[in-house]
Design a binder for this molecule. Structure first.
Ligand code: ADP
Ligand code: GLC
Length: 488
């Protein structure tokens, strides 16, 4: 079975968040189930230098959207087990800034063209086996950036592979004025409720959810939540109607990149055995030193890593800060995002030197050191399709404190509610009081060493690798292919 994965990021080639972790690790997981996956990724500035490329195998695509010539450049990243094609289109991708934002932090003005071209190219690649030697059975698109693939198949007709669309986060709908439809080469007639229309705009996300043969999202609980008005971001009606085509497949984690026994970023490696206590203590001291926090071994140290947006609930954590500090605790946050939240974190750090540290920015190695070094990891998200940091924390013996929503509800069992099976702490309401209750329960567990170690060892023994986690995807593809390659 041959799958074309289409996405805007894949770790370790290009990453801004969890999407990259999933897309970068899924191919190795699928390989264990007899599925060959190739990736299609945009060649942003610098991307081609991070992989091995085969310039002689480059395939010219011409000027598909009238914005500049594009080509497909075969690539391989042997260490990560990734192969596929980079979509080169210098006019759209060779520029400063990140995958989505320009240097000033604004959306690239032509994101509809950049990601329209990504989808257009995927639709083409999937029917170019003569040139690529890769006959695609299923095109599996991820998030709005790859949302138009099945809309192009719909518009152009003819033989096509089966299509799967995975929504990693419904909050990002890829909405643009309906006037962009002709610009991306789609008929204006698609701008209707039974099409790509969403609140008067066109939406790349809606296109994926509407036209793909199957829809998946990244946890069973999120798959249920998005069928409700409260969680559906305006798409609950469509998702409920398409519920037979929708499934929630829980993300796995890359258990090679995230392995405390072999993690080169850590001051001292450890596993769930005898090395746990000393290893965690060494990582904590190292983190405190690096972040300029008081070198207090017994201070309950709470951490958080992530995008600083309303979704992640860092404001709840900040309102719980006084109580955390009153127990003698410390807080360490790594992240970047909304200016107001960054400011609030800088201000908390300035007011509590030695007790609160905030590192603004993106730092892969520090994220490993932080997750290993803190005693408890907070993930107080208002909503969370899956969430990865709580699973990394569990693998590193750092009990997570999570709100019971989306994938957080599916991955963390509360240690008070489930004394023999708990692997963290969870709370229900998106409020400071509710978070505080879980936080204080977690701090008392932290102070009860035998109990803490039982929770840590249980969490560390969970098997969350992609070899296991990719199986439902392999089954979904097989199921789809049983239906046969369809003609529109
Ligand atoms: P989301 O995809 O919504 O941002 P996830 O929990 O699924 O949330 O994934 C976030 C990923 O990005 C994790 O691998 C996390 O460690 C990483 N990450 C987020 N912010 C940072 C940061 N500032 N520095 C390093 N890694 C980060
Ligand atoms: C999204 C979600 C996050 C999920 C990640 C990977 O960015 O916000 O919950 O873990 O995608 O699927």
């Amino acid at each position: 079975m041959r799958i074309l994965l289409v996405a805007s990021e894949a770790f370790p080639i290009v990453k801004t968040g969890g999407l990259a972790d999933v897309v970068g690790a899924l191919p190795r997981g699928l390989a264990a189930h007899g599925v060959t996956a190739r990736l299609l990724l945009p060649a942003y500035r610098g991307t081609a230098e991070r992989v091995a490329v085969d310039r002689t195998g480059s395939i010219a695509l011409g000027d598909l959207l009238g914005v500049g010539h594009a080509s497909l450049l075969p690539f391989e990243h042997a260490d990560a087990g990734l192969r596929g094609w980079l979509l080169e289109c210098p006019a759209l991708f060779d520029r400063p800034g990140g995958p989505y934002l320009d240097e000033r932090g604004h959306d690239h003005h032509d994101n509809h063209l950049r990601f329209g071209l990504l989808s257009r190219t995927a639709a083409l690649l999937a029917t170019m086996e003569g040139l690529t030697g890769f006959a695609v059975d299923v095109v599996h698109s991820h998030d709005w950036q790859a949302g138009l693939v099945s809309a192009y198949f719909e518009a152009f007709g003819g033989r096509r592979p089966s299509t799967v669309f995975t929504a990693h986060n419904l909050h990002f709908a890829g909405r643009f004025d309906a006037s962009v439809l002709p610009e991306v080469g789609l008929p204006a007639s698609m701008q209707r409720v039974v099409g790509v229309e969403l609140w008067g705009s066109m939406s790349f996300l809606k296109a994926g959810l509407f036209f793909a043969d199957r829809i998946t999202t990244v946890s069973p609980t999120y798959a249920r939540e998005i069928q409700t008005e409260a969680g559906g971001e305006g798409l609950h009606g469509l998702l409920h109607t398409r519920r037979e085509a929708l499934s929630g497949i829980l993300n796995g984690i890359d258990d090679q990149a995230w392995n405390p026994a072999r993690d080169a970023a850590l001051a001292q490696t450890y596993d769930a055995g005898d090395s746990l206590l000393a290893g965690k203590a060494a990582c904590k001291a190292d983190l405190q030193r690096q972040l300029g926090l008081d070198l207090t071994p017994a201070a309950p140290m709470v951490g958080m890593v992530g995008r600083l947006t309303g979704q992640k609930g860092v404001d709840l954590l900040l309102s719980a800060l006084p109580q955390l500090l009153s127990t003698g605790g410390q807080l360490a946050v790594l992240g970047s995002g909304e200016p107001a939240l960054q400011l609030a974190l800088h201000s908390a750090a300035a007011h509590h030197p030695g007790r609160v540290a905030f590192v603004q920015g993106y730092d892969e190695a520090l994220s490993h050191r932080l997750i290993a070094g803190v005693d408890l990891l907070a993930v107080p998200s208002r909503f969370e399709p899956c969430g990865l940091t709580q699973m990394y924390a569990q693998r590193y013996g750092t009990p997570p404190i999570v709100r019971r929503t989306g994938g957080l509800a599916d991955t963390v069992l509360d240690a008070d509610a489930h004394p023999d099976a708990g692997t963290g702490f969870s709370f229900e309401a998106p409020s400071t009081d509710s978070l505080l209750d879980a936080l204080m329960r977690a701090v008392s567990c932290y102070r009860d060493r035998p109990r803490l170690q039982a929770v840590q060892r249980r969490a560390m023994s969970l098997t969350r690798g992609w070899t296991k986690a990719a199986k439902p995807y392999a089954e979904l593809y097989r199921d789809l292919l049983g239906v046969g390659s369809r003609t529109v």
